[in-house]
Every structure is written in structure tokens, then in C-alpha cells.
Design a protein around this ligand. Structure first.
Ligand SMILES: Nc1nc2c(ncn2[C@@H]2O[C@H](COP(=O)(O)OP(=O)(O)OP(=O)(O)O)[C@@H](O)[C@H]2O)c(=O)[nH]1
Ligand SMILES: [Mg+2]
Length: 183
């Protein structure tokens, strides 16, 4: 019998940045070419990070502002946050700054597990956000940063492994709503 850790991950970012494409690529290994705006989708996947198996419960949220009122609740229930912008759209990079503030306000914890992700690196010719801008923001936030491509499966598994590591390093989760599954 082994105890497996379970983590609640929330994927946040503006509409169209590739939250669903990254999540679906990670969970089922396929790329979603067609844009179908999300209302809310939920996934569960078992992975091994640094030789420790765990279960990720992933909430893929709506980027559309129409559903932004749900965000407080998602953040309240989440433990780790994958914050995504598109390197091809500078506005989406601005938008995540507000989302990060919302995370800090709602969680009210000293340290919230977050990873900053610049998606769509496969379309380098349309880049509007430099690698340096992403890195600087992550440095300011004190969190890991990765550029990724849901299309080319670049850094997709790495994002989710890294957010697990961040959650592992956050002892406050142990005391709050962290739970274990007994197998
Ligand atoms: N070239 C390229 N296109 C991508 C990538 N990721 C997503 N896309 C495309 O961008 C569009 C939007 O992707 P989604 O994953 O639906 O975006 P989202 O962030 O989930 O959007 P909302 O659900 O509305 O918040 C789709 O047409 C995807 O195929 C990527 O890494 N590279
Ligand atoms: Mg989506």
C-alpha cells in the first residue's frame, strides 16, 4: 500500500493563450488546433515527479472576461497555479499581472506555488514578448519561468513537473487543504 499525494492545479491566463492546448497536450498527448473557448474543464492525471508518483487534478479555466467572476473561487480551491500568456500577444502578458495579484490576494499565503509560462514559442516570427521580459517578471514574482509550445510539445510535461516541485516546497499546503489518496 502506498500513499500518493494529490495536487490541485489551476491553469490561468487570458483567452486564446493556449491554456487548454497545453493541458490537453499534457493529459492526452494531442494538439487542439481548433479554438473552442473554455467555460471550465477538469482533468485528472497521474504522473511521477523526481521518482515520486502523484495525482494532478487540473482545472482549465476560462480566459474570457465574461467568466472572470469564477476566478476567486478557483483560486481559493487551487494549490498550484500555471499562469500562461502568449509570446505572440503582449496584452496577454499585461493581463497576467492582475491575475497574479488576484492569486496573492485570495490565497493570502506567504508563498503561493506559481509557474509563469510563455506559450506559442513555435511561432517565433510573431513574437511580441521577449524571453527577457518573461524572465524578469518571473524573477520579480520569485517563481520559475518557461517558454513552451503546446503545438510542438515543447516544455509541456516540464511545466507540470515544475509546478509539482513548487507545491512540494510549500509546507503551508500540508496544513491546509492538501490531501492524500490511499491506494
Ligand atoms: N501555434 C500555436 N498555436 C497554439 C498553441 N497553443 C494553442 N494554440 C492555438 O491557439 C488557439 C487557442 O488555444 P486554447 O488552448 O483554446 O486557448 P485557451 O487559453 O484555452 O483559451 P480560452 O479557453 O478561451 O481561455 C487554438 O487555436 C490553439 O490551437 C501553441 O503552442 N502554438
Ligand atoms: Mg481554453
Amino acid at each position: 500500500m502506498s500513499r500518493m499525494r494529490e495536487f490541485k492545479v489551476v491553469v490561468l491566463g487570458s483567452g486564446g493563450v493556449g491554456k487548454s492546448a497545453l493541458t490537453v497536450q499534457f493529459v492526452s498527448g494531442t494538439f487542439m488546433e481548433k479554438y473552442d473557448p473554455t467555460i471550465e474543464d477538469f482533468y485528472r492525471k497521474e504522473i511521477e515527479v523526481d521518482s515520486a508518483p502523484c495525482v494532478l487534478e487540473i482545472l482549465d479555466t476560462a480566459g474570457t472576461e465574461q467568466f472572470a467572476s469564477m476566478r476567486d473561487l478557483y483560486i481559493k480551491n487551487g494549490q498550484g497555479f500555471v499562469v500562461v500568456y502568449s509570446i505572440t500577444n503582449h496584452q496577454t502578458f499585461q493581463d497576467i499581472k492582475n491575475m497574479k495579484e488576484q492569486i496573492i490576494r485570495v490565497k493570502n499565503m506567504d508563498r503561493v506555488p506559481v509557474i509563469l509560462v510563455g506559450n506559442k514559442v513555435d511561432i517565433e516570427q510573431q513574437r511580441e514578448v521577449s524571453n527577457m521580459e518573461g524572465m524578469s517578471l518571473a524573477q520579480l514574482w520569485g517563481c520559475p519561468f518557461m517558454e513552451a509550445s503546446a503545438k510542438n510539445k515543447c516544455n509541456v510535461n516540464e511545466i507540470f513537473a515544475e509546478i509539482v516541485r513548487e507545491m512540494n516546497f510549500t509546507p503551508e499546503l500540508e496544513r491546509s487543504n492538501h490531501c492524500c489518496v490511499v491506494l
